[in-house]
Design a protein around this ligand. Structure first.
Ligand code: GLN
Length: 190
């Protein structure tokens, strides 16, 4: 088992740290050939315009699209934006998941928040809430028929979804001590 984390910009070190804590072999991915032999890829939070542009510069666009046809991919926050097919504005995207995301939909940096989220697909997810940290986060404004919404805020806003082996979260599980989302993703890669 070897999981890569796209390490162009953003919170990649935190994802690597949690995966290593779970005993998973990891690799930083900056070039297309570094995807070879991986079981899954995480696209971290950060700045989606930067991650999108750098992915294109390093020729990672088609390589990740091809990778995602077979292997598991998880995007957190900016990673979710980059994975979306549509964000209602013009910026480089991988466009691999059938979702519409709206950038910065909760407001500015000062509007960042943490909330308890019940995520039934996680271990004990119906009874033990997940501490979800939102930092200038996107909302999932629409999802295709094959895509399942796996977490919602109390007001009904969709904040996590899965389509086959693809996972997106508006928030940052890598910034918490709770490893259940990473464990869930590791299982998806199998
Ligand atoms: N607001 C950022 C963007 O649109 C995402 C923020 C984050 O990843 N925490 O790209």
């Amino acid at each position: 088992m070897n999981i890569g984390v796209l390490a162009l910009q953003g919170a990649f070190a935190e994802h690597l740290h949690i995966l290593e804590k779970l005993g998973i072999d990891t690799r930083k991915v900056r070039l297309p050939e570094e995807l070879n032999g991986l079981d899954g890829l995480i696209i971290p939070g950060g700045e989606s315009t930067t991650i999108g542009k750098l992915s294109m510069w390093y020729d990672l666009g088609d390589a990740i699209r091809k990778f995602a046809c077979e292997k598991a991919v998880w995007g957190t926050c900016a990673g979710m934006i980059v994975m979306a097919k549509d964000i209602g504005m013009d910026q480089p995207l991988l466009g691999i998941m059938d979702i519409v995301a709206k950038r910065n939909a909760f407001g500015r940096q000062v509007d960042s928040f943490q909330t308890d989220l019940y995520v039934p697909v996680l271990k004990d997810g119906k009874t033990k809430p997940f501490p979800a940290i939102f930092i200038r986060a996107p909302k999932l404004s629409a999802a295709g028929a094959d895509t399942e919404i796996i977490a919602k805020l109390d007001d009904g806003t969709a904040v996590a979804a899965q389509q086959g082996k693809m996972l997106v979260t508006s928030f940052h599980p890598e910034l918490t001590q709770d490893t259940r989302f990473h464990e869930y993703f590791v299982n998806l890669t199998k």
